[in-house]
Design a binder for this molecule. Structure first.
Ligand code: GCV
Length: 608
């Protein structure tokens, strides 16, 4: 079973070349007997309108890709049993709805948990055209329209995408075009230096000329390339800082090169000191993105989009929204999410993300962001996402990128209905389990927003002080009395980066939501939570609960009639998740008991 894909029956060996013809092709196969008319209305762009006529036939109006999105909407609603209202009008909220693959040219995938790369092997592009079309369909069926195929850490020889690999990349773009999916490439900021240019200084005319020529060459081969994605001055990647330039200088230089072709530069803001000395208490990593970018607000070219990770750290289970997403009003912003479960269970542990995304969207004003990006959870595994239930994250990401008001429960239950032929009770059971899975994972891992108690580098399983004396700026500073870093004005001042209403809410431990307490505050273990429990007791309780909930989830999954091979994969991964939850629970509780000397009020087993 390949997620909701298996519901679309048209054979993709030789599909039509345009989105409108593809819409017809998909409809004819998936809904035989349904009379429909396609009505091209260019002004609708990616939007569509589906109207039911009195004779029960339907008319789908839409722009060039709108017709295709309308067709998928109709098909998926009919197949899931949801049906359609008399009139269904819809248009995407964000023009760019992106997937960022962290695939390397050697075929490995950085933070990939679904097998090897779908696009590369052995230093070159190497793909199965059939799977590419299937992937195009997968993305288009939920409205995703940009696919960046290579890692933001551009390792040799991925730079060749702009050079020797370009003809094959153009052939790949041809495969995705009918699905309305445009390719994007991650580029290496220092690439001109591989071609005899003496620097990568964005203000150097030779550098500017090199990028212009490169853009011209690339756009000749792929005229609808979405643009370039750039990780600069981050975790060892080259960037403008080497030349005393700022990131507006760097991004605008590239923007000028792609502007004539309608391209965009997506410039990542994941910039921080990754060689911090743990003894240094002045530097506070969550402050870094703001310090590097906020003062540049309004200085970026129109075709630059700053891509900001959703939280100020790095995709932890719980982080507040990044202040940069709230503060830069004169700049195009994209929020970056991570479907790949790097810190959230490696697609072994269940972790449905939409409840977390809902919290973010509810915090960000409607107009602050103009695009969304998500790090891919896709790979060469037969089911694409490794864990069959991890596909819910790709599907619901697509729905949210189209409509950020999408409600978590209806998005997840739609996916369940499309994916498994369950009865309504079973559907409700699986939906509820998926919706609760993030909270369960959160309970047995690092407590109350502190983050980073995970095994270094690999990022699976507990190691409470694994990062404590390291150089990544991710410290909890637990001692026998207290834990956390004070990020209020009296502490590192990180909270000062927020608008006043949020600052007020978070600065007082009494009003700060419990689940974020340890992100903002240094607190004694005896601190009284809102419900009267002490901080340390709350930590014990959460961990015991997380472990118990995982065991209960295993029983529920065992009883559900998943088809093979999903059943086998789901149940075997659940065994690993149970082991992981137990390990986390016991190690975290033991860690805090050893430090604090406080026993569990309920006398449960915590190790000496
Ligand atoms: C692609 C974290 C991850 C890295 C990733 C980086 C980034 O540090 O562990 O694998 O690199 O974020 O987002 O650039």
């Amino acid at each position: 079973m390949k997620a909701w894909l298996s519901r679309l029956s048209a054979d993709l060996k030789n599909p039509p070349a345009s989105p409108a013809e593809l819409a017809r092709f998909e409809l004819d196969h998936a809904l035989p007997g349904t009379a429909y008319t396609l009505d091209p209305v260019p002004a609708l762009g990616e939007g569509y309108c589906i109207r039911r006529r009195s004779d029960s036939s339907v008319i789908i109006s839409g722009g060039p890709t709108g017709l295709l999105y309308g067709a998928y909407a109709l098909i998926l609603r009919m197949l899931s049993g949801e049906g359609i209202p008399d009139v269904l009008e819809s248009a995407p909220r964000y023009p760019l709805r992106m997937i960022n693959c962290w695939d390397n040219a050697d075929g490995s995938v950085e933070r990939g948990y679904s097998g090897r790369s779908l696009f590369f092997e052995g230093g070159r592009l190497s793909y199965d055209p059939f799977r590419m079309r299937e992937l195009g369909r997968l993305l288009a069926s939920v409205g995703l329209n940009v696919l960046c195929i290579n890692n933001v850490n551009v390792h040799d020889p991925a730079q060749q995408l702009l050079e020797n690999m370009l003809p094959e990349a153009a052939a790949l773009a041809d495969l995705f075009r009918p699905f309305g999916v445009r390719l994007m490439f991650s580029v290496d900021f220092s690439q001109p230096m591989r071609h005899g240019v003496s620097s990568a200084d964005p203000l150097d005319p030779a550098v500017r000329a090199w990028w212009k020529a490169a853009a011209e060459r690339v756009y000749q081969a792929i005229p609808d390339l979405a643009g370039f994605l750039v990780k600069a001055d981050s975790e060892g990647r080259p960037g403008p800082f080497t030349y005393g330039r700022n990131h507006a200088d760097g991004a605008n230089m590239l923007a000028e090169a792609v502007r004539p072709f309608g391209g965009v530069i997506v410039w990542r803001c994941f910039v921080y000191n990754c060689r911090q000395d743990w003894r240094d208490t002045k530097t506070d990593r969550p402050k870094a993105a703001w310090e590097h970018y906020a003062f540049l607000d309004g200085k970026f070219a129109e075709n630059v989009i700053l891509q900001v990770k959703h939280g100020p750290f790095d995709f932890q289970v719980r982080e507040p929204v990044s202040p940069l997403l709230l503060g830069m009003k004169q700049t195009n912003l994209a929020m970056e999410l991570q479907l790949a479960q790097e810190y959230t269970g490696h697609q072994i542990d269940l972790y449905t993300m939409i409840p977390m995304w809902r919290e973010l969207f509810d915090e960000i004003p409607e107009n602050n962001i103009m695009s969304l990006a998500a790090v891919s959870n896709l790979g060469r595994d037969e089911n694409y996402t490794g864990h069959p239930l991890a596909a819910v994250n790709l599907y619901t990401y697509g729905l949210l990128a189209w409509d950020p008001a999408m409600e978590a429960e209806s998005a997840v239950s739609r996916w369940v209905r499309l994916t498994y032929a369950f009865d309504p009770d079973q559907e409700r059971t699986l939906t509820a389990l998926l919706l609760s899975s993030r909270r369960t994972y959160e309970k047995y891992t690092a407590p109350l927003g502190i983050g980073w108690m995970i095994t270094p580098h690999d990022h699976y399983g507990p190691n409470p002080s694994g990062y404590e004396y390291d150089l990544w700026g991710t410290y909890h500073k637990a001692n026998r009395d207290a834990i956390g870093i004070d990020r209020t004005a009296a502490g590192t001042g990180f909270l000062l980066q927020y608008p006043e209403s949020l600052r007020k809410k978070y600065e007082d431990p009494e009003t700060c939501p419990d689940l974020l307490l340890l992100f903002y505050h240094r607190l004694p273990y005896s601190f009284r939570m809102k419900d009267g429990r002490t901080l340390v007791q709350r930590i014990y309780d959460d961990h015991f609960e997380g472990k118990k909930e995982t065991e209960a989830m295993a029983e529920i999954l065992e009883a559900l009639p998943f088809p093979d091979p999903d059943r086998e994969i789901i149940l075997s991964r659940m065994e690993l998740q149970k082991r992981n939850a137990r390990e986390w629970c016991d190690i975290i509780n033991t860690f805090f008991r050893r430090l604090s000397g406080v026993d569990d009020l309920h006398g449960r087993v915590i190790y000496d």
